[in-house]
Design a binder for this molecule. Structure first.
Ligand code: GLN
Length: 203
């Protein structure tokens, strides 16, 4: 049984816990650096990146960076922002581990939250069409050459991966589409292809 952590600082973590349990995982909430001990993968849920920045201790930031460099990790929405890069803003300090740049509220404010039809790469199993829920979602503005696009909406990438790091701008935990959870779990058994350093550089 896979032991998977869900970062529980703030935001939409209970839904991810439910989905992972339904897939047979042992799920642990992560709030302190020591909560990461013994975990095989981590989900960083959506919520609000400014709040996450505010409530995260320096010790937890260091421990999360170390963990995410060495284990499969999935950031949804605000979790994705925290793993990627965004425009300079003193209220948001991201880890910058993914070679992806986002505009934090690039699809508009709360009233502009929407559901949209995604095109998903066939490797993620059928159907290749799925609905994505976007809530004040970040919009990807730049991706590095090692980034793989897993899902698009009107041709724009909305789910990407870099080695064993998965990033989705939308919320699969709300639609019952468990393909992204299963993809994360499949990476636990897969050796890391290349190392990402804690500065985001590949070695
Ligand atoms: N745009 C939000 C942020 O800046 C993220 C919204 C979400 O996680 N649903 O953190």
């Amino acid at each position: 049984m896979a032991r998977v952590g869900v970062l529980a600082l703030q935001g939409d973590f209970p839904k991810h816990e439910d989905r992972l349990r339904a897939l047979g995982c042992e799920v642990m909430q992560v709030r302190m650096p020591e909560d990461l001990n013994g975990l095989e993968a981590l989900v960083w849920p959506g919520g609000e990146s400014t709040t996450m920045t505010r409530v995260m201790s320096d010790e937890l930031r260091v421990a999360l960076t170390e963990f995410c460099v060495h284990h499969p990790v999935w950031g949804t929405c605000a979790g994705m922002i925290m793993l990627a890069h965004t425009d300079p803003d003193p209220r948001v300090r991201t880890l910058g581990l993914a070679d992806v740049h986002v505009n934090r509220n690039g699809w508009g404010r709360q009233v502009h939250s929407f559901e949209g039809e995604l095109s998903v790469v066939p490797e993620l199993e059928s159907p290749t069409q799925a609905t994505g829920i976007f809530i004040r979602a970040p919009r990807i503005t730049r991706i590095g050459k090692h980034i793989r696009v897993l899902a698009t909406i009107r041709g724009e990438p909305v789910a990407v991966s870099q080695d064993r790091m998965l990033l989705t701008t939308f919320h699969p935990e709300l639609t019952g589409d468990d393909r992204f959870h299963r993809l994360l779990l499949s990476w636990i058994l897969e050796p890391q292809r290349s190392r990402i350093s804690s500065t985001g550089d590949r070695t």
